[in-house]
Design a protein around this ligand. Structure first.
Ligand SMILES: *Cc1c(COP(=O)(O)O)cnc(C)c1O
Length: 376
């Protein structure tokens, strides 16, 4: 049996080596390392894939979020609502820009931002909601978009974990993660569902004005070269990464299917085990399983993780500390106990190996050993 890894990028690379190597070689031979034709090609292919009117390639997912928020004309002290149970980048950029992160709890089943929580957190200072499509399924976008309309709020989707996930609205329309709100952000960090071989990210929008503004923000605040209209940043997807992504994009649907196969295998094996709760589903979203995250009960999660490591099965805790309990985000408005679901999740979640190269032999070994371990 092949060694079990959280993410197996080596095996994936071996399957597409000739396409990747050709793309990289083309960029090196052209020496168009920055803003080369590969970046524009990938951008167009990603527009076709996602249905977004504009894709703006940038340096990484965190930059994407920062640039998105910088384009909205918000003022210091304006409030931005984010879930407390997420990767730090979601709130980091809010704080960095002098905006006020307002954190809310998540839903126990889906682990996505609680719509009730959002509703209660809205104040006259609220300007935007940043829902996170955590672990690969969309947050409840029907309800979030209607709240946003009602209160005239921007919606910036953190779709870093959910590229390719699809959401079906009550009117029957289907949209991809990141193309629903005013702006969507994604990351091409190597282990993400569409990962490059370094850092990368992209912004999605259907709004022409925001698209122009965000391109300028990402390019030192200029619309015309050497004419700087406002303070921007430098954030670019480099051409080698674009070539790698352009080679991988045609495989994204197979990759999603492989993840869904692994998740279905896990779901079936764990169903009914009294110690294991399998991931709950958001009603109108597909799940692209960036992570397959169990909630364990009546068993010591950290002991389970250690025993799995003894059996050569890696597992990870996403996330061990919610935002409101992070040292850097201490805020007199929040204290331990305020967000009980997130605080329960941090002690019971366990993410199992999830990637495009898991075979049934590995899945059988993992599921058998997880069940043995939790039943001990
Ligand atoms: C990965 C990730 C980011 C940041 O992406 P980087 O490319 O690492 O900057 C932001 N939000 C979430 C939810 C993520 O998973």
């Amino acid at each position: 049996m092949r060694k079990i890894q959280m993410v197996d990028l080596q095996t994936q690379y071996q399957h597409i080596k000739s396409e990747i190597d050709r793309g990289i070689a083309e960029v090196i031979e052209s020496t168009a390392f920055i803003k080369g034709p590969k970046v524009a090609e990938f951008q167009q292919h990603l527009e076709q894939y996602t249905g977004a009117k504009h894709v703006i390639p940038v340096g990484n997912g965190t930059d994407a979020l920062q640039i998105a928020l910088m384009s909205l004309g918000l003022k210091p002290g304006d409030e931005v609502i984010t879930p407390t149970f997420t990767f730090i980048a979601t709130a980091e950029v809010v704080a960095l820009l002098g905006l006020t992160p307002v954190v809310v709890d998540v839903d126990w089943e889906t682990m996505n931002i609680s719509v009730d929580g959002i509703r209660k957190a809205i104040t006259p200072k609220t300007k935007a909601i940043v829902p996170v499509h955590l672990f690969g399924q969309c947050a409840n976008m029907e309800a979030i978009m209607s709240l946003a309309h009602e209160h005239q709020l921007y919606v910036v989707e953190d779709a870093c974990q959910a590229i390719g996930a699809k959401y079906t609205f009550a009117d029957g329309s289907v949209k991809q993660a990141g193309t629903i709100g005013n702006i969507g952000c994604t990351s091409f960090f190597p282990s993400k569902n569409l990962g490059c071989y370094g850092d990368g990210g992209a912004i999605f929008t259907n709004d022409d004005t925001l698209a122009e503004r965000m391109k300028a923000v990402a390019n030192h605040g200029c619309f015309v070269r050497y004419h700087h209209d406002f303070v921007g940043v430098n954030s670019r997807l480099d051409s080698i990464q674009a070539a790698i992504l352009d080679a991988k994009l045609p495989h994204l649907n197979e990759y999603i299917a492989a993840r869904q196969h692994a998740a279905a295998y896990y779901d079936k094996a764990f169903a009914g085990n009294p110690h294991i709760l399998i991931p709950g589903h958001e009603a109108n979203s597909t799940h692209v399983y960036h992570q397959y995250t169990l909630r364990l009960q009546d068993v010591n999660r950290d002991e389970v993780k250690a025993e799995l490591a003894n059996r050569n099965i890696p597992a990870m805790i996403y996330y061990p500390i919610p935002l409101h309990l992070q040292k850097a985000y201490q805020d007199p408005r929040y204290k331990k106990g305020d967000f009980p679901v997130a605080e329960r999740l941090m002690n019971c979640v366990l993410s199992l190996p999830m990637h495009t190269e898991l075979d049934n032999e590995q899945l059988e070994y993992i599921t058998q050993n997880v069940i043995e371990t939790v039943n001990r």
